[in-house]
Design a protein around this ligand. Structure first.
Ligand code: EPZ
Length: 418
């Protein structure tokens, strides 16, 4: 069990290149099962979730090879349509494979991915949509078993704009017979990225990002060499860290459009931001001014994946804030850990009521999910004194070289064994 040892109170200065987006790479790797052609995904982040997805692809009979930071997937030998419990539980995003495995084999069996530390994480919208495409589904002793004679395009209306359900149904529909229309689809940038990747393989997908995705089924797909977009959540995490510590940082390789709801809030905090091409220049020289309210919403609203980090910023801002988590049931599990650092936060149902304090104090805290863990790290960077953050395997799921990047900005952080 690794941990971070952190000495807080330093300003952050310097430049960081943003990693390729975890939440683009995962569905794109799942999409590689749809074709016999070679798929190369460029500059893939070295994170646990990606390594686990590659493990699952190999379990399906695909061949996968790392070439430097790129991954080459050859699914021509894929011959297994079952994802066992151990792997499905290790990686919730394995559920994305349902769509591509059914599309390829016309059957699939996957252990129910189950919940995690941020909520129940149901998959009912995925399954209802697949049934609309002609898939027969049974659920028994923790497994979802799917089969179909063929996939037939249809109109699907999602009850809520689920990212995973939108992506899964796109994967199931690209080789279906006829047209599929997904209404009330998620609008996240990663959905458009998946559309662009599928089209680079010869699919016919349009409308991603608009709320209605149209897929014209094609009989076969080719290979592709593809660079997914940059990780807007990693970028947002670094910006919030600099807002908490004070500093002057530059982020490279990020499309600021994909972060506009956060940039709007940081300007409300009194931070200075300038955008130039694929760079974001950030400066903050004084204590942030409290943002009165933050409500997480589906894109383009404020991202739930930056909720914990933003709450940490509210803890050291001047004034009071209310943070409302509208997407997941239990995404405040990091709050007791922040209270250990002197934060003044009260959680009632889906709301965190925060009274800003001048300074947090160093403490030993424990991460219990990916983004909550990142919030504990940036809080420790801003706190006075020494901190340790345990359970950083959660953080390794989604941030590659996190401590190196923060240290390159002047943070005093190192990884140690416990
Ligand atoms: C994706 O998860 C992301 N993961 C999450 O990022 C992100 O928090 C989430 O989208 C929301 O933006 C990946 O892309 C790998 P959803 P996903 O389906 O697809 C409900 C991170 O930190 N819902 O959009 O699982 C669900 O309960 C991770 O990088 C159903 O009710 O999220 C939730 O309330 C965490 N039934 C809401 O929709 C379903 O069948 C949004 O979930 C599916 C979802």
């Amino acid at each position: 069990m690794d941990k971070y040892k952190i000495s807080g109170g330093r300003r952050l200065e310097g430049c960081v290149r943003i990693q390729t987006a975890k939440n683009s790479v995962l569905p794109i790797l799942a999409a590689a099962v749809l074709t016999d052609g070679a798929v190369t995904v460029l500059n893939v982040p070295d994170i646990t979730d990606v390594r686990n997805m590659v493990k699952i692809l190999c379990r399906l009979g695909c061949r996968a090879a790392y070439r430097g930071d790129d991954i080459v997937i050859d699914s021509s030998c894929a011959d297994n349509c079952e994802i066992p419990r151990a792997l499905a539980h290790e990686l919730r995003s394995s559920v994305f494979l349902l769509g591509s495995v059914i599309s390829r084999f016309h059957r699939a069996r996957i252990a129910y991915p189950g919940g995690c530390d941020i909520g129940l994480r149901p998959v009912d919208l995925h399954l209802t949509g697949l049934k609309r495409l002609g898939v027969e589904i049974t659920e028994s002793n923790g497994y979802i078993t799917c089969s179909c004679k063929k996939l037939v395009g249809n109109e699907i209306m999602l009850d809520c704009p689920s990212v995973g359900a939108t992506e899964n149904l796109m994967l199931a529909a690209v080789r279906a017979e006829g047209e599929t229309v997904i209404k009330n689809a998620a609008r996240e940038p990663e959905i458009e990225d998946l559309q662009n990747f599928l089209n680079s393989m010869g699919a016919k997908v349009c409308g991603a990002g608009s709320g209605t995705v149209r897929i014209e089924g094609v009989s076969r797909l080719g290979g592709s060499v593809y660079q997914p977009i940059a990780d807007r959540i990693e970028a947002g995490t670094f910006l919030i860290a600099a807002a908490m510590c004070g500093g002057n940082i530059e982020l490279e390789g990020i499309n600021a459009e994909n972060l506009s709801s956060l940039l709007h809030k940081l300007r409300e905090n009194g931070c200075k931001l300038r955008i130039k091409n694929d760079k974001i220049y950030f400066r903050s020289d004084k204590r942030p001014v409290s943002v009165k309210s933050i409500e997480t919403q589906p894109y383009p609203g404020f991202p739930t994946d930056l909720q914990a980090q933003m709450t940490a910023l509210c803890c050291v801002s001047s004034g009071n804030s209310i943070v409302t988590e509208n997407l997941f049931e239990t995404r405040f599990k990091y709050v007791p850990e922040l209270r250990r650092m002197g934060a003044d936060i009260t959680v009632v149902d889906r709301c965190a009521f925060v009274r800003g304090v001048e300074k947090l104090r160093g403490a030993v805290t424990v991460a219990n999910d990916l983004r909550g863990g990142a919030a504990l790290v940036i809080a420790a960077l801003a706190a006075e004194g020494e901190s340790e953050v345990l359970g950083i395997s959660h953080i390794d799921r989604g941030y590659s070289r996190f401590e190196y990047k923060l240290a390159s900005l002047g943070a005093a952080i190192e990884r140690a064994g416990t």
